[in-house]
Design a protein around this ligand. Structure first.
Ligand SMILES: Cc1cc2nc3c(=O)[nH]c(=O)nc-3n(C[C@H](O)[C@H](O)[C@H](O)COP(=O)(O)O)c2cc1C
Length: 189
């Protein structure tokens, strides 16, 4: 037996993305975004409310970073998702996270993040009170702690967290359970 429960954004897992941007004075800001994802191999999108400080920043600078949140910075990641830089001028300091300017774009990088994508805006469209921002991923900065010698990432060790929009919980992503583009082959032919 199954039951309909109404229209809800139930795609799992949802990411916990930390969006880094600068304002006109070069002050860094961070926000938590779950409504984001991949467009294609070199583009991503984030969907953010028009009133956020980050929205003004990104409209102005057209550049931002996307840090992937992990268990060790969960509290800070949640904090930047419940307090606005419009209300709290010391938001980044109070989060306890440390930021440095990207070498390539005008956006801050969170030193505690294992994976950070440096993005340049291609398109901004508004749907109701939400900005849908499509950006090109220019480069990705990866911490040595999860970099394998063969150039791949040891992603299972990163402690990446995911957001459950139903119960408002964070989950830690676990171990690998299969091989993509491989395991289905047993049903071919
Ligand atoms: C788990 C979580 C997910 C969130 N996802 C989004 C999102 O996808 N889009 C959005 O506009 N706000 C989202 N928020 C809310 C913003 O992060 C929050 O309003 C933040 O204070 C905005 O910061 P700013 O005004 O300093 O830019 C989320 C918050 C949390 C805690």
């Amino acid at each position: 037996m199954k039951n309909y429960i109404g229209a809800k954004p139930f795609i799992f897992p949802q990411p916990v993305l930390l969006i880094g941007s600068y304002d006109a004075e070069g002050k860094p800001n961070l926000m938590n975004v779950a409504y984001g994802g991949i467009v294609n191999s070199n583009r991503l999108q984030i969907n953010i409310g028009v009133r956020h400080k980050s929205s003004d920043n990104i409209k102005l600078t057209k550049e931002f970073t996307v840090g992937v949140a992990t268990e060790d910075i969960l509290v800070a990641a949640d904090y930047v998702g419940i307090v606005s830089g419009n209300d709290e001028p010391d938001k980044v300091e109070k989060s306890g996270l440390h930021v440095i300017k990207s070498e390539h774009i005008n956006a801050p990088i969170i030193e505690e993040c294992m994976i950070t994508m440096e993005c340049v805006v291609e398109e901004i469209n508004q749907y109701d009170q939400t900005l849908r921002i499509v950006a090109e991923i220019k480069d990705v900065l990866v911490d040595d702690a999860i970099a394998l010698l063969d150039g791949h990432l040891d992603i299972g060790r990163a402690g990446i967290i995911s957001y459950d929009p139903d119960q408002h919980l964070y989950y830690k992503l676990g171990r690998e359970v299969g091989r993509a583009f491989e395991d289905g082959k047993q049903l071919i032919g």
